[in-house]
Design a protein around this ligand. Structure first.
Ligand SMILES: [Zn+2]
Length: 339
C-alpha cells in the first residue's frame, strides 16, 4: 500500500509499504481523507513528539491522526463494528491507504452518520479539540472573548460558539495572517487583529474598554473574560509570546486563559499579572468521548460548514507538498491528504 513515511525534519516520502495485518482486537480502515495537524508540523519541522504521532515502521513512521475512512476488515474479537462502517478513528498512521486500529470501546472509533462526508469527518479530531478547549473557558453570553491563532483549532472554537448559540459581547481573533483572519471574520468573529501590523493590547482596550480600577495600575486592564491561546510557542515566529499577552489582557479576578497551543521549547513568563489579577490559566488537550459524539452531532445537524476550513487537498503521492503547504500559514488552513 502507499503511505507517507516520516524519517526526520522536512523528510517525508511517499513509499510502498506492507499492508498491515490486523490482530484480533483491531479493525483495518481504508483511509479516505487525513488532515495534517499542528502537532504533525512540530514533528515535520523539528522532529518533536514523533513517537506520539506516528505508527512506527522498521524504518521511519506513518503520521496522521485526523482521518476518516471505511472499515474493510475486523478482528475476531470485534463485535461493535463491521466491514463497510464509515468511521472516524483515533490511532496514528492515517497518512496511508490502510491503517490498523486497536479498539478501545467507547473511546477511539466513532461511526459516521451518512450525511457527514469523509472530508468533513477528517476535521472531527480538531473539531472535538476546539469543542473541548471552548468548554474549558466556560464561555457565557456577554463575555469578551479573545482567540489567538486562526488555525483549525481557533476557527473551530468560533464555529462551536456559534453552533451552541453562545453570544459573546465581543469575539476577537488575533493572528499574523490576513487570509486566516478574514476567514475568522466570515465565520463570525466581531473583530480581527493582525498582530504584525497593529498593537494588540491598545486595540483590545479600544474594543472592550478598560476595567475601572480601585487602585493604581501599571498598565490599563482590559475587560477580557476568556482568552484562548491556540498558538503556544512557535520557534520561528518572532511575535511576542502569546501566553504572556493573554495573561496581561485577562480581566482582573475572573479572567481565564485556556492554553491549547503547543510549546516548541521552554519559555520565560512574567507572572506578575497572573498573580496580581488572579488570572486562571488552564491547559487544554484532546477531548472526551462525549465531546467527540457532540461534535459529530453538530456536523450531522449541519450546524456549520467545515469545508470552509479545508484549504487544500493533496493525493498521498504529494505528501511532501501537502506538509510544505500546511507550513505556509498564510496560504493554508487545513490541508487534507487523500490516499
Ligand atoms: Zn491533531
Amino acid at each position: 500500500m502507499k503511505a507517507a513515511v516520516f524519517y526526520g525534519p522536512r523528510d517525508i516520502r511517499t513509499e510502498e509499504v506492507e499492508k498491515p495485518k490486523i490482530q484480533d482486537n483491531e479493525i483495518l480502515i481504508n483511509v479516505k481523507a487525513c488532515g495534517i495537524c499542528g502537532s504533525d508540523l512540530h514533528m515535520y519541522k523539528l522532529n518533536l513528539y514523533t513517537p506520539l504521532l506516528v505508527r512506527p515502521l522498521k524504518k521511519g513512521g506513518i503520521p496522521g491522526h485526523e482521518y476518516s475512512g471505511v472499515i474493510v476488515e475486523v478482528g475476531k474479537n470485534i463485535k461493535r463494528y463491521k466491514v463497510g462502517d464509515r468511521v472516524v478513528a483515533l490511532a496514528n498512521g492515517g497518512m496511508a491507504e490502510y491503517v490498523p486500529v486497536p479498539i478501545i470501546y467507547g473511546y477511539n472509533v466513532y461511526k459516521l452518520p451518512p450525511s457527514v462526508s469523509y472530508e468533513e469527518a477528517a476535521t472531527l479530531e480538531p473539531l472535538a479539540n476546539s469543542y473541548h478547549a471552548l468548554m474549558k473557558g466556560k464561555p457565557f453570553n456577554g463575555a469578551n472573548i479573545v482567540i489567538f491563532g486562526a488555525g483549525a483549532i481557533g476557527l473551530g472554537i468560533i464555529q462551536c460558539l456559534k453552533a451552541l448559540d453562545i453570544e459573546p459581547n465581543k469575539l476577537i481573533m488575533i493572528d499574523l495572517s490576513d487570509s486566516r483572519l478574514n476567514l475568522a471574520k466570515k465565520l463570525g468573529a466581531d473583530e480581527i487583529i493582525n498582530a504584525n501590523s497593529e498593537n494588540v493590547f491598545s486595540r483590545i482596550i479600544k474594543i472592550v474598554g478598560p476595567m475601572p480600577t480601585f487602585r493604581p495600575s501599571i498598565i490599563p486592564m482590559p475587560k477580557v473574560d476568556i482568552i484562548y491561546d491556540c498558538v503556544g510557542y512557535i520557534k520561528d515566529q518572532k511575535a511576542p509570546l502569546v501566553l504572556q499577552q493573554a495573561i496581561n489582557m485577562a480581566r482582573q479576578f475572573s479572567g481565564t486563559v485556556v492554553v491549547h497551543g503547543v510549546f516548541e521549547e521552554s519559555v520565560r513568563l512574567d507572572l506578575t499579572f497572573m498573580v496580581g489579577k488572579e488570572v486562571t490559566v488552564k491547559g487544554s488537550f484532546g477531548f472526551t468521548p462525549l465531546e467527540m459524539r457532540k461534535s459529530i452531532k453538530l456536523l450531522e445537524n449541519k450546524k456549520f460548514d467545515r469545508s470552509k476550513i479545508i484549504s487544500h487537498e493533496f493525493p498521498i503521492e504529494k505528501a511532501k507538498d501537502a506538509f510544505e503547504t500546511q507550513c505556509k500559514t498564510n496560504e493554508s488552513v487545513k490541508v487534507l491528504i487523500k490516499a
